[in-house]
Design a protein around this ligand. Structure first.
Ligand SMILES: [Zn+2]
Length: 712
């Protein structure tokens, strides 16, 4: 992970953080009843009106009551009629074809004159196909097939007593910090162990790690940690978990290599013995679960979805995904396995909601390469490219352009160097050693022979690019002839630091390539049409939108309803909600403890809650120090008390304020009972209380108040 001291991601706001009252989560949903707020939302209506696709999914459900219009081959005839009749009448001919909803589908051909409800007015029509018994039967048969096809989950044995419970411990109500537990009575698996970023009120906190209390509570039945991919928000908290609890880890090679790097950093070298390298398309028996990793496209390679066979039925978890039909390594999403599981019937789908507000498709990673072609052509001097250090394909694409343009590659930045090294060692990046140079070799080459790949695309203070922009980098001094490509977008909360970086770069005079090239960066997460594709391939009975803040999962739920999932079969969860999933129902059964632990990246240690609370108070309201000697005999201050403040009153008002406090103190002491003066702690508390009241009244502030009292 890059040093992220300046990371202001403010979307992370779960758990036991100070000042929770500022951002209450008004969205917490406590039952499995559909969210009433969802109903009237704009998108919902839009979706229905614009595309008409939602309408039949309500009542009647399209999948249960197929629209006979789809089978209608004589659209011509009905259209002719529509010109002569009103719109309602226009539906009549179609209705003639509608199977009797009360009639159970079967092989027996029905009587067209009765069940079809046709006849009336039909006599007037000429040259129209006659609905005979054979045709009726064919229509019924097709409807039956369609119904089965559209509801594959109906194959699930409803009488099965199997049940599983799913509990997100991070990643809901926030972007990042993904961690969840899937369990039966006897066994449990942890899905991903991610970290997230603090908001700007958590001073000195670098990363947030999910609370592991619930894992401690059920540790005896936990069989494994199951990892979907190597992003920080899915594996970043692994070393912190392993310092408390250890379990076998199942993941693909790149994710495990990245976990290994973390373990090495945290002195957990020996824990690589918990590694289990998985092969995609192979099923692993883990406790009560059979788990298959399905290849998925995303902004990191070797990413996977999970198909999990459980005693209750099959669950599919997309994990982070986009559907890239032209990925750089040629390995597309394993849609075939998605279709396979979908056809067999999936009880519940869990799907990534990060981009659920984006219409259309997320563009392929390949488009960035085309932009790089243009930018490399335009660049006359050095090219400095910055992106997320885990985006292997992005980095590879830049390196590939460099090789073709005869540029040497210099990788700068701790996480970038480490990831490039790892992915090259694993064979995911195939670029010969001869193309790489060390940073001290850069001056040996002419400017148009250099590509620098570096960290800092989020404007992180400590990252290499920011240090270059500040002219603080030991080796690289920026020049006006340089082209800086920022191949990333600001993660919500990082906008200010990215903007600050851009200001500095522009001031130095380099050519900055950022958002004016639309395809300089593409997202790694699915937009609505991709979410729909997954929903349609799986067509699950139950749907749990995951990975996102409440508005993201609510939007994703709308998309699911538009794709035929019954609104009542969707639950909008928050971290800590435990839902029970059986073939019959999906419902919230309880809430478990969740929260965040604060981590200081400088020493990889935990920062206690009260420390962060004190820092917040100091930052927002300042501090008052009172040092005084009090004589018990006459209940008076001996000499002059020392009163100092920081961050509360301006220096010029210091004296005046000190006088106020002094008077306050004297009055308070005179009114105290003599025996109360004997208790040192009590006196300090009284002083604290009195000063607090005064400051709240006069300044509307809540500073830290530290009285140091000597009673003589
Ligand atoms: Zn990811």
């Amino acid at each position: 992970m890059e040093n992220n001291n300046q990371n202001n991601e403010n979307s992370q706001n779960q758990g036991q953080k100070p000042q929770r009252d500022r951002r209450p989560n008004p969205h917490r949903q406590n039952s499995n009843t559909p969210n009433p707020n969802r109903r009237p939302q704009e998108g919902d209506t839009q979706g229905r009106n614009a595309q008409g696709e939602n309408r039949p999914n309500r009542k009647p459900h399209p999948n249960r009551k197929p629209n006979p219009n789809r089978n209608q081959n004589d659209g011509q005839a009905s259209e002719e009629q529509s010109s002569n009749q009103n719109r309602n009448a226009n539906r009549n001919p179609n209705q003639n074809r509608r199977p009797n909803p009360n009639q159970k589908p079967g092989n027996k051909p029905s009587n067209p004159s009765r069940s079809g409800g046709g006849g009336k007015g039909r006599g007037k029509r000429k040259n129209v196909t006659t609905v005979n018994a054979e045709m009726r039967a064919s229509i019924d048969e097709n409807n039956r097939v369609q119904e089965a096809r559209m509801n594959p989950w109906k194959q699930i044995d409803i009488a099965s007593k199997g049940k599983v419970r799913f509990t997100p411990l991070g990643g809901l109500g926030e972007i990042g910090g993904n961690m969840a537990v899937l369990e039966t009575e006897n066994s449990a698996i942890i899905i991903d162990v991610g970290m997230s970023f603090p908001d700007e009120t958590m001073h000195g906190v670098d990363i947030l790690v999910p609370d592991f209390s619930y894992l401690h509570a059920i540790k005896n039945k936990i069989k494994a940690v199951v990892i979907t991919h190597g992003h920080e928000d899915h594996i970043g908290a692994m070393p912190y978990l392993f310092k408390e609890l250890k379990f076998p880890i199942y993941a693909t090679p790149l994710a495990l290599a990245m976990i290994e790097n973390k373990f090495n950093e945290h002195g957990l070298k020996n824990d690589t013995k918990f590694f289990n390298f998985v092969t995609k398309r192979k099923q692993y028996d883990i406790g009560d679960f059979k788990i298959e990793w399905l290849h998925m496209t995303h902004s990191i390679i070797d990413a996977c979805s999970l198909a999990i066979e459980t005693p209750a039925g099959t669950l599919v978890h997309t994990a982070d995904f986009k559907i890239d039909h032209t990925p750089i390594d040629g390995y597309t999403t394993d849609l075939q396995r998605y279709a396979y599981y979908g056809a067999k019937g999936v009880l519940c789908l869990f799907s990534d909601s990060t981009n659920s507000h984006n219409p259309g498709f997320t563009k392929s990673e390949a488009v960035v390469g085309k932009t790089f072609d243009t930018l490399f052509d335009l660049a006359k001097g050095r090219v400095i490219m910055s992106t997320f250090s885990s985006n292997v394909h992005r980095i590879y694409q830049a390196m590939d352009r460099a090789v073709k343009a005869g540029r040497k590659i210099c990788v700068i930045g701790r996480s970038m160097e480490r990831n490039v090294e790892t992915t090259r060692a694993l064979g995911y990046v195939d670029i010969d050693d001869k193309h790489f140079i060390e940073v001290h070799e850069v001056p040996k080459y002419s400017e148009n022979e250099i590509l620098i790949v570096t960290t800092g695309s989020q404007g992180e203070t400590m990252a290499a690019l920011n240090r270059m922009a500040n002219d603080e980098h030991r080796h690289i001094k920026l020049k006006p002839s340089d082209t800086v490509i920022i191949s990333a977008s600001a993660i919500p909360g990082n906008e200010a630091s990215v903007s600050g970086l851009l200001n500095k770069l522009v001031k130095v005079g380099v050519t900055v390539r950022y958002r004016e090239f639309g395809d300089i960066h593409v997202s790694g997460h699915a937009a609505q049409e991709e979410q729909k594709l997954i929903l349609r391939l799986i067509q699950p009975k139950f749907f749990l939108p995951v990975h996102g803040e409440y508005n993201h999962i609510a939007k994703h739920a709308q998309t699911a309803v538009a794709c035929g999932v019954d609104e009542r079969n969707i639950l909008l969860m928050s971290d800590g909600d435990q839902v029970e999933i059986t073939p019959k129902y999906l419902k919230k059964v309880k809430t478990v403890k969740t929260g965040k632990t604060y981590i200081d990246n400088q020493n990889n240690l935990t920062i206690e809650n009260d420390v962060v609370l004190d820092r917040q108070k100091l930052a927002e309201d300042g501090i008052i120090n009172v040092v005084a000697q009090i004589a018990q005999s006459n209940q008076k201050v001996v000499g002059k008390p020392v009163i100092s403040t920081h961050g509360l009153v301006a220096d010029k008002d210091d004296k005046k304020f000190a006088k106020e406090i002094e008077v306050l103190l004297e009055t308070m002491l005179l009114h105290m009972k003599p025996e109360a003066l004997k208790d040192h702690k009590n006196v300090e508390n009284e002083i604290r209380g009195t000063i607090r009241k005064h400051v709240v009244r006069t300044k509307k502030r809540y500073p830290l108040i530290i009285p140091t009292i000597f009673i003589i």
